[in-house]
Design a protein around this ligand. Structure first.
Ligand code: EPU
Length: 367
């Protein structure tokens, strides 16, 4: 016998249809329908999900995909919703909220510790735990909102660290094959805020757990410049994972709006990577352009700086505020729809294009 439990009080589309789609073994899978996705994303915009359900195990993920495939219904995996933008038409499929738990020490030696973490864990809770264990490697990524499973998708990074540096492998549910396979760090093809999971393999896999290798030694300089400045200002010279975590949390609190209070999706744009010849052209006209060498004659230009030069810093465009402490962040102050955001975004992208002839790119994924 199989069951699906319709959550009481939530309107649903067609109960028999839901019964047919979501059922397996003797477990319950709560399915909710017509769910406003703005309540599940930190940008607080967009339409409804036709169906939404939580998954707590690899088997839940498998059963949900098998049943959805039979029905030809698309599935979208949602973590904390801090890097997802929802369109006004919503999603005519199943939003699968990733809730798989787990934090296991896989191996431990004098140099470091390997941990396996469930995709549904909160990223910052995991950072906190590893820092409390005295481990280093992800402490500078403290305070990043979202789930562990979402972290490799856009190769999260902050203050000089990125998850690609510490990730050994991920286990993913392969939608086509119907079972879990392992993707090594190399197979994930990480680069700046990018991986196969948002590129060539978009929609093919669901990350179910992440394995990281962390160190027992203290973090060592050189640190990212804003972090170093903070440490100097506070006369901190003994660097432990906890000291770096505390410093990063303080810097973030000052510079980045808390999504719980002011709806936003962190950096709304990626920093801009250009070739050496493009940089030289830019410097001819704007000789103060900040730039960081990335190797291979490629340079990173802070997109926040580009936007700031257009005069948009702090401006309110269609209810969307360009954050006055970092133009990379867009705050949904009073926008009521995705189209408001779309218009604001076009205006900002257009202003940068007109001034610098550079096409800036959005960071959050769109559903
Ligand atoms: N800058 C400006 N004006 C701005 C913003 C930045 O001039 O409005 C310039 C400054 O020159 C500053 C430089 O940009 O020195 C770098 O700024 P910052 O250190 O604040 O970082 P960011 O490049 O704006 C990136 C990440 C953040 C991460 C910080 C710190 C991206 C897209 N963003 O921002 O990540 O926290 O570095 O490491 O790579 C996120 O992805 O959601 C996120 C917040």
């Amino acid at each position: 016998m199989s069951y699906v439990r319709i959550v009481p009080g939530v309107p649903y589309v067609n109960e028999s249809e839901i019964w047919f789609i979501f059922c397996y073994n003797t477990s319950y899978m709560d399915v909710r329908t017509n769910i406003p996705l703005k309540n599940f994303t930190t940008m607080k915009l967009g339409g409804n999900a036709r169906f939404m359900t939580d998954v707590f195990s690899k088997e839940d993920v498998r059963q949900l995909h098998l049943n959805a495939q039979k029905q030809n219904l698309p599935v979208f995996t949602l973590g904390g919703g801090s890097n997802t933008i929802v369109k006004d038409e919503g999603f005519n499929g199943i939003v699968m909220r990733m809730r798989i738990p787990g934090f296991e020490v896989e191996s431990d030696d004098i140099f470091g510790t390997t941990i396996k973490v469930g995709a549904g864990e909160n990223w910052d809770d995991v950072v906190k735990k590893t820092v409390e264990m005295g481990l280093s490697g992800i402490e500078a990524m403290s305070g990043i909102p979202g789930t562990v499973g979402a972290a490799p998708v856009q190769n999260i990074g902050a203050y000089g660290q990125e998850i690609a540096d510490k990730l050994i492998f991920v286990n993913v549910y392969d939608h086509q094959a119907g079972f879990v396979v392992t993707k090594t760090n190399q197979q994930c093809k990480f680069s700046y805020r990018d991986s196969i999971f948002r590129g060539e393999a978009k929609g093919l896999y669901t990350i179910v757990d992440v394995t990281l290798r962390l160190h027992k030694s203290n973090p060592e300089p050189p640190f990212y410049s804003t972090l170093q400045t903070y440490l100097d200002e506070h006369q901190i010279s003994h660097y432990t994972p906890q000291v770096i975590r505390d410093a990063v949390l303080a810097i973030r609190e000052d510079k980045l709006p808390d999504p719980a209070k002011l709806p936003n999706a962190g950096s709304f744009f990626k920093n801009t990577i250009i070739d050496e010849w493009q940089l030289n052209e830019l410097l001819k006209e704007y000789d103060d352009t900040p730039h960081y060498e990335m190797g291979d004659k490629r340079y990173k230009i802070p997109t926040g700086w580009l936007i700031e030069q257009t005069g948009k810093k702090g401006q309110l465009i269609n209810g969307i505020r360009v954050h006055d402490k970092n133009c990379l962040v867009l705050i949904n102050e009073s926008a009521s729809s995705y189209s408001d955001l779309d218009a604001a975004r076009s205006e900002i992208i257009g202003a940068v294009r007109d001034k610098f002839r550079i096409a800036i790119e959005q960071e959050p994924l769109e559903l």
